[in-house]
Design a protein around this ligand. Structure first.
Ligand SMILES: Cc1cc2nc3c(=O)[nH]c(=O)nc-3n(C[C@H](O)[C@H](O)[C@H](O)COP(=O)(O)OP(=O)(O)OC[C@H]3O[C@@H](n4cnc5c(N)ncnc54)[C@H](O)[C@@H]3O)c2cc1C
Length: 465
């Protein structure tokens, strides 16, 4: 029998989790990973500053399915003090990812190559013949099975700012951001979510004063942990939610309340950003953040249900969950306390509204706000999220986006089966999309544990065939 050959495109979180899962399962297979970056060097975790923290607890970040304490044990072995519910520095997770990769790549008998290139396309070779993964140097790799784990694309930059000289398009890598602002400057950070808060914490430590601005001016909620199993929801209650129900948001909130046994304690937006943060910090200090456990459980139950529903149902549910966005993407209490201190001293300000005009950068940036007032800044940083990596299928060929290009090439968006296999002309290919790339089918995918779960499910199915 011909030995199977898996090519993993993208050796970040999902790719490494799948690689380790295949190696641990002891399946007789050659595994190649294609990625221009080294393991752990991606934009999320490939950061240097220990102040940049994960926003999920250590216990939720194991790359080895079934061994939730694996990341914690790795931290302990390296003498990094972090409890299982705490939020570790992101650079420690990058080290852990590298360690997991190297451990399994170095196993005797492991048949593996890491190819430091970008993949451009996956071409079928003919019925039952497998695929050719086309690389950016014109060469290719043959595969019986392909995993596509591309993660997020380049930073999302507000309209009109992408090609403006002097604009910092992302807070990461943080050295580039810090070098681009003159000492003790005033910096405008566009965004008020997690990356924007990271930017504010770093910039203020380097003596800058920071204004965070977004259309809503809303900060994320504050949490103390993200762990599994701390809240129990009856799966039947989640199955019973109807995506077409016009009161779906209300039904979800009722379910949260029933699970908690009381209405969730949340600070009201009407008291203003600063007081809301102060109040949420206080609630978190007192442990009155039961919603955080319920949301982990709810998403864990919703993903496998929604992956089996149609696109319309998934869209409706995501829309109904919009009021929960600031809770799903909440930030660690320790960072919230730091930010609150900076807001109290005036070193950081938060503004609702985005610039109507932005002129500059020499000698400085002049910003005109929607209320007509104008302000000067020494630097402008975009912390407005990341773009997707639009994949396309044409004549049976799966085309991947080029480097730093978020615009899709010609072809149809990929269709996935419920087990995340690519479906072309009504046939399931031996091509799986995992991690962020699976977002075309799975609604909640932006966390390490979602990618690890998928890697486990893939490996189980692979080992059985
Ligand atoms: C700033 C930030 C902080 C985050 N913090 C957390 C956190 O604390 N906890 C948490 O659970 N989640 C966090 N996330 C989300 C987490 O990063 C993702 O859930 C996870 O990385 C998804 O894994 P992935 O494999 O899909 O993508 P990635 O881990 O990003 O890996 C994608 C890989 O694909 C490679 N690649 C892309 N295109 C190609 C190509 N054409 N050919 C070859 N290789 C290619 C890239 O170089 C990269 O290495 C964070 C995300 C960001 C952006």
């Amino acid at each position: 029998m011909v030995r199977r050959r898996v090519v993993i495109i993208g050796g970040g979180v999902a790719g490494t989790a799948a690689f380790a899962a295949l190696a641990r399962a002891g399946v007789d297979v050659q595994v190649d990973i294609v990625d221009p970056l080294a393991a752990g060097a991606g934009p999320a975790f490939g950061v240097g500053d220990a102040a940049l923290l994960c926003n999920t607890s250590v216990d939720l970040m194991s790359l080895l399915p079934g061994l939730p304490a694996d990341f914690h044990e790795s931290l302990r072995a390296r003498g990094v003090p972090a409890g299982r519910e705490e939020f570790a520095p992101r650079r420690e997770f990058a080290r852990y990812l590298r360690e997991v990769y190297e451990t399994w790549a170095g196993r005797p008998g492991m048949s593996h190559r890491r190819v430091s290139r970008r993949a451009l396309a996956v071409r079928p070779l003919g019925p039952g013949e497998g695929y050719r993964v086309v690389l950016d140097d014109g060469s290719g790799l043959t595969a019986s099975d392909v995993l596509v784990c591309l993660g997020w694309g380049p930073p999302r930059v507000p309209d009109g700012l992408r090609d403006r000289p002097g604009i910092v398009t992302s807070p990461f890598p943080e050295e580039r951001m810090l070098e681009s602002v003159r000492p003790s400057g005033r910096v405008l950070v566009l965004g008020t979510r997690l990356s924007a808060i990271d930017a504010a914490l770093l910039l203020t430590r380097h003596g800058h004063r920071v204004t965070l601005a977004s259309p809503s001016g809303a900060l994320p909620a504050v949490r103390t942990r993200t762990v599994r199993g701390a809240a129990r929801i009856d799966p039947a209650e989640v199955h019973a939610l109807d995506p077409a129900d016009p009161r779906l948001t209300r039904r979800i909130l009722d379910l949260v309340t029933r699970t908690l046994g009381t209405a969730p304690t949340c600070a009201d937006a009407s008291i203003g950003t600063l007081e809301r943060l102060r109040s949420e910090v206080e609630l978190a200090r007192r442990g009155q953040v039961g919603w955080q456990d319920v949301l982990v459980e709810l998403v864990d139950l919703a993903n496998p249900i929604l992956v089996r529903r149609d696109q319309d149902a998934r869209r409706r549910v995501l829309r109904a969950c919009e009021p929960l966005t600031r809770y799903l993407g909440s930030f660690p209490l320790c960072n919230a306390e730091r930010l609150l201190g900076l807001l109290d001293t005036g070193q950081v300000k938060v503004r609702a509204g985005t610039p109507r005009r932005l002129d500059g950068p020499s000698p400085f940036w002049r910003v005109q706000w929607p209320d007509g007032r104008s302000e000067h800044f020494d630097g402008v940083v975009c912390a407005t999220g990341f773009t997707g990596r639009p994949l396309r299928v044409r004549s049976g060929v799966l085309t991947l986006p080029k480097a730093h290009d978020a615009s899709p090439v010609a072809g149809a968006p990929p269709e996935l089966d419920a087990d995340l296999r690519l479906r072309v002309d009504g046939r399931s290919e031996r091509i799986w999309l995992l991690g962020v790339s699976s977002g075309v089918r799975m609604p909640f995918v932006n966390a390490v544990h979602h990618a690890t779960d998928q890697a486990e499910a893939f490996t189980r199915a692979f080992a059985e065939t």
